[in-house]
Write a protein that binds this ligand. Structure first.
Ligand SMILES: Nc1nc2c(c(=O)[nH]1)N[C@H]1C(S)=C(S)[C@@H](COP(=O)(O)O)O[C@H]1N2
Ligand SMILES: [Mo]
Length: 335
């Protein structure tokens, strides 16, 4: 199937939303509400329009909540903070990070509010298979992961290719510690991360269908990148299990790369010899390369990557090479 020929991806602003577009949309909505409010002379009219009312942190958490974990697993939260990693700027307010998300299976390209559409998404039971070029392939369910992995908390910056950024504390374990369980072979050159494929539980995945987008969402790294200590598997955020909209029950976090590399709700990790096809690289190879390291000097074809803005505050910072993680990953990319 040749996904590249599909027209939908050539429409500007159809997929990733840069800051200006986001701001404009917000401004339009405000104007619309003002107009309606004045026109009708009804105080609080905005609150009557469903979807326009400001959600509370509690509502967002309830909407995205997963089934409670068994006590042995729950007890890993909050995990001890790994002091090696610091944001270097203020932490993002939790509500902002769980309200504004990218999760195409639920919203497609038109909304950041995946928390409103995750109701039918079931994240238990869940298992992750680790297979391909390894001596001991395995399928682990959540209990196995919680039992076998050593959990820690890491304060990481996150940078989306659309120029928004956040600073959040993830709970989880290094990807390398998971991969070591299956004993990768010397023939393993790449690692792909395939995410869930349940259209009946994800409205956009269902309505868009498998021929318009290359579902399931899959991303990949080289084996060297995967074994780097910075590559992290997260099961939690802000000291609690992940909410559905943040990639429950298990996701990847590779903070030196644009956010689209960090697949949410992973079901399969595969070690391969050849470079795997990935979702965004298939959708639009001219805009989203395989490597996708954060780099202020390499513009996106439709916008500059020189600066980024923080969720919630909208404060701008200069974009840093490898998102500021050069001391950890610079050696992977000799110039
Ligand atoms: N399965 C899946 N994973 C995904 C995405 C997605 O649409 N589907 N979006 C990616 C993008 S573009 C970004 S920026 C991050 C966003 O993570 P957050 O919404 O938790 O901030 O998730 C990434 N992982
Ligand atoms: Mo992103």
């Amino acid at each position: 199937m040749n996904h590249m020929n599909r027209k939908i991806w050539n429409v500007p602003e159809q997929e990733h939303t840069p800051y200006d577009v986001y701001q404009n949309r917000k401004a339009h909505r405000r104007e619309f509400l003002k107009f309606m409010g004045y026109g009708l002379g009804i105080a609080g009219f905005a609150d009557l329009l469903s979807g326009c009312k400001q959600a509370t942190q509690e509502e967002i958490e309830q909407a995205g909540a997963v089934e409670p974990l068994p006590e042995e697993s729950r007890s890993v939260y909050p995990a001890p903070r790994n002091k090696t990693f610091e944001y270097g700027r203020p932490e993002t307010v939790e509500k902002e990070a769980v309200e504004f998300t990218n999760f195409y299976e639920f919203t497609g390209p038109t909304s950041k509010e995946s928390w409103k559409y995750v109701e039918d998404f079931k994240t238990t039971p869940w298992s992750v298979s680790i297979e391909g070029e390894c001596a001991k392939p395995r399928t682990l369910d959540l209990d196995d992961l919680y039992k076998e992995m050593k959990f820690e908390e890491r304060a990481y910056r996150h940078r989306c290719v659309e120029t928004w950024a956040m600073c959040v504390p993830w709970t989880g374990f290094p990807l390398s510690s998971l991969l070591k369980l299956v004993e990768p072979k010397a023939t393993a050159k790449y690692v792909s991360f395939e995410t869930f494929n349940k259209p009946n539980e994800a409205p956009y995945m269902k309505s868009s269908g498998p021929t318009t987008w290359p579902w399931p969402y899959t991303e990949a790294l080289t084996i060297e990148e995967s074994m780097n200590d910075l590559a992290f598997i997260a099961t939690g955020l802000y000291g609690n299990p992940l909410l559905k909209q943040s990639g429950a029950p298990i996701r990847l976090v590779v903070p030196w790369k644009y956010g689209f590399k960090s697949g949410k709700s992973i079901v399969k990790i595969k070690l391969t010899t050849e470079q795997p096809a990935t979702f965004w690289n298939t959708v639009n190879p001219n805009e989203y390369g395989f490597v996708a390291n954060v780099n202020p000097k390499v513009s996106h074809p439709r916008w500059s990557q020189r600066t980024e803005w923080m969720l919630g505050t909208e404060k701008r910072y200069d974009t840093q090479l490898y998102n500021g993680y050069e001391e950890f990953v610079g050696d992977l990319y000799p110039s």
